[in-house]
Design a protein around this ligand. Sequence first.
Ligand SMILES: Cc1cc2nc3c(=O)[nH]c(=O)nc-3n(C[C@H](O)[C@H](O)[C@H](O)COP(=O)(O)OP(=O)(O)OC[C@H]3O[C@@H](n4cnc5c(N)ncnc54)[C@H](O)[C@@H]3O)c2cc1C
Length: 402
Amino acid sequence: MAEQRTDVIIIGGGMVGLTLAAGLADTGFTVAVVEARQPPPWDEAHTSNRVSAITHTSRRILDRLGAWDAIVGRRASPFEAIRAWDAAGHPGVTFHAADRGEAWLGHIVENTLIQDALREAVGRRAGVALYCPVAVDDLHTGDDAVTVRLEDGRRLRGGLLVGADGASSMVREHAGIPVRERDYGQRGIVATITTEQHHGAVARQRFLPEGPLALLPLVDGRCSIVWSAENARATELQALSDKEFNTAMTAASEAVLGQVTASVDRAAFPLRRLHAESYVAPRVALVGDAAHVIHPLAGQGVNLGFLDAAALVDVMAAARERGRDPAGYGVLRRYARWRRGDNLLMQSAMDGFHWLFSNDDPWRSLLRNAGLGVTDRLSPAKALFVDQAVGHRGDLPSLACR
Ligand SMILES: Cc1cc2nc3c(=O)[nH]c(=O)nc-3n(C[C@H](O)[C@H](O)[C@H](O)COP(=O)(O)OP(=O)(O)OC[C@H]3O[C@@H](n4cnc5c(N)ncnc54)[C@H](O)[C@@H]3O)c2cc1C
C-alpha cells in the first residue's frame, strides 16, 4: 500500500489534537490525524456529563479556527462569576467578570460539542486528513522522518510525530519520555443536577475536607457537577440511590441552591497528576494531556492543552518562515521551553489549592479563611485571579491574542 506523505502526523483526535491540526493547516502545513475511537456525537436532546469551563483565551483560539460559532449556536453556558467557599463557615470569595470589565468569565461547554465543532472545522481544511477510527500498529522515528503503520495496513510518513493521545500517551512511551506522576487518591464524580433555585450564571466551588465540589451552571438552569472525593468516599457516593445522592449533594453544597431535586448521568473518573519530564524528543512533540494532567479543581486542563497547540503552531510557522526545518529539535525545544514552565506553574498552583483545602486541619483552615478574606477585600488580588481564570496570562500564542 502506498505511503501517504504529510508534514505532521498527530496521534489523537481529541479536543487538543484537532485544535493543533486546524491551526497547522491554516499556516500551510499538511497534517494527518489518527484517532482510535469513533467519538460519540453531540446530542441536542441530552446534555453530556463531561463538560469543560472554556476561558476567553480558549474561546479566541476556537473562534479563529472557525469552531466557536458552531458551539455557541448549539449550546454553551456563559457564567459571569465564580464563588468559592469552604466547609468552615467562612463566607468565601466571589470573583465577578465585571472586576475586569468583562461580561463573562467563561463558558461551560460539553466536550462532545467542542469535538464535533473542531471536527467540522478540520473537515473544511484541505490540508488535514483524518484517519478515524483506526488504531496505530507501529511507530518509527528516524533522523529526518517518522513513519506510522495503521492497523488497516495504511502507512503515513511525516516530519513530525505529535502525541495528542491523552494521559496514557502511546507516543510519549514510544519516545521514552519519562513522567512524574502522583495519584491524588481521589475520584471526580460528574453528574447533571437540578436544584430548587436557579444558579444565576454563577460557577460555585465548595472546598470540603474530602475534596472540592464544583457546581457549573448550565444554560437550561441545571448544573454540571465535579465532586472530587477520596476513593473510599467516592465509592460510597457512587453506590447511593439517586434520592440518597441528591440528599448528599444538598448537604455538600450547603443547599446553596436549595434542595437538589434530581441528578442524572453519575460517573466517576480517577484523578491524578502527571507531567512529562520533557515535551519533546527528536521528531516528537507532546501536547495536552499527553504532556500534563492536572487536578480538575480549577477547570484548566484542556485550556492549557489549547495553548500548547497554539504555541506549537507559532514556533513551527516561524521556523519555516526563516527557512529552518519546522520540526527540527531546536524548534521543538523552543515550544517546550514556552509551555512547560507555564503548565508546571498551573499544576503546582492546583496542588497548593489541593493541599490547603482538602483537609480539616485547623491551621490550614485558619490560613485559607485568612486568604479568602484578604482576597475578597483586595481588588488587585481579585483582578489577578480573574485574569488567571479567563486565561489572560503569560506570553500568549498568536491564535490566543486579543
Ligand atoms: C472530571 C474532570 C473534569 C474536567 N473538567 C475540566 C474543565 O472544566 N476544564 C478543562 O479545561 N479541563 C477539564 N478537565 C480536563 C480535560 O478533560 C482534559 O484536559 C482534556 O480532555 C484533554 O484533552 P486532550 O485532547 O489532550 O486528551 P484526551 O481528551 O484524552 O483525548 C485524547 C484522544 O486521543 C485518542 N487516543 C488515545 N490513544 C490513542 C492511540 N494510541 N491512537 C489513536 N488515538 C488515540 C483518544 O481516543 C482521544 O480521543 C477535566 C477532567 C476531568 C477528569
